[in-house]
Design a protein around this ligand. Structure first.
Ligand SMILES: CC(C)(COP(=O)(O)OP(=O)(O)OC[C@H]1O[C@@H](n2cnc3c(N)ncnc32)[C@H](O)[C@@H]1OP(=O)(O)O)[C@@H](O)C(=O)NCCC(=O)NCCS
Length: 207
């Protein structure tokens, strides 16, 4: 067995590992190389940070065997999101996932976050072992629904939103409320009919 020397570094401090990192991620979660590049190239000290686990062997090879990303949450400055946690298939079950998560948590605490949040479809047990517990879903992106957009109930009823009832004539109101939004095409049939819903988990970093 080769003697492994494992290091965990920020991807922006090791840009020569970007290609390997893209391959690691895309082998697990296929995505266009450009989209993946855009996502991981954003790694910077002010977040998001992509942490990579690199295995340097005595034979001089340097392999990227793990990745995890720490990102800010738009509505919660005290919490960060840990995403895209991945260990190369050949290196799973050796404690590397746990090690990488611990490094993420240490760095997140150092950056001032008191809670780490993540979402998962099927790795609840792995995260539970690391001390995570189930929590309410968090919003990861941008602002909430814009007031100018139709409400969910309006979309469900397929009605275009109207101006204030008083400001339009009865005929116009009838016309507007009877206009229906075209139906989107049906979703492609998936073999994965029972796709598991994702759950959110969190862990306090003040321990
Ligand atoms: C999930 C993943 C990161 C775990 O990495 P790993 O290196 O295999 O995990 P470790 O060896 O560090 O395991 C730490 C502990 O969790 C347990 N564990 C790991 N994966 C587990 C799983 N799928 N279910 C239950 N327990 C698990 C281990 O048995 C170990 O327990 P122990 O401390 O009692 O021995 C890895 O399996 C992976 O990359 N999976 C594919 C990508 C993925 O699904 N990522 C998660 C996205 S939310």
């Amino acid at each position: 067995m080769e003697n492994h020397n494992i290091v965990i570094v920020a991807l922006h401090d090791k840009p020569d590992a970007i290609e390997d990192c893209i391959k690691l991620l895309n082998d697990e979660w296929p995505r266009s190389k450009t989209a993946r590049m855009r996502s991981i190239e954003s790694s910077n000290p002010n977040l998001p940070i992509s942490l990579i686990m690199v295995s340097n062997t005595t034979t001089g090879n340097s392999d990227v065997i793990g990745h995890a990303k720490i990102a800010r949450l738009p509505f919660d400055t005290g919490s960060c999101m840990i995403e895209s946690v991945l260990i190369h298939p050949a290196n799973r079950g050796k404690g590397f996932g746990k090690l990488l998560m611990e490094e993420c948590e240490k760095l997140a605490a150092k950056l001032g976050f008191s809670t780490a949040v993540l979402s998962t479809h099927d790795k609840q047990q792995f995260y539970q072992k690391l001390g995570y517990e189930f929590c309410q879903p968090v919003s990861q992106y941008g602002a909430g629904p814009s007031p100018s957009k139709p409400s969910l109930s309006q979309v469900k009823e397929n009605k275009i939103p109207t101006k204030s009832d008083k400001s339009i004539s009865h005929e116009e109101k009838e016309l507007r409320t009877s206009v229906t939004v075209p139906q989107p095409p049906p979703l492609p049939k998936s073999n994965n009919a029972f796709r598991i819903a994702k759950v959110y988990m969190k862990k306090s970093l003040n321990q």
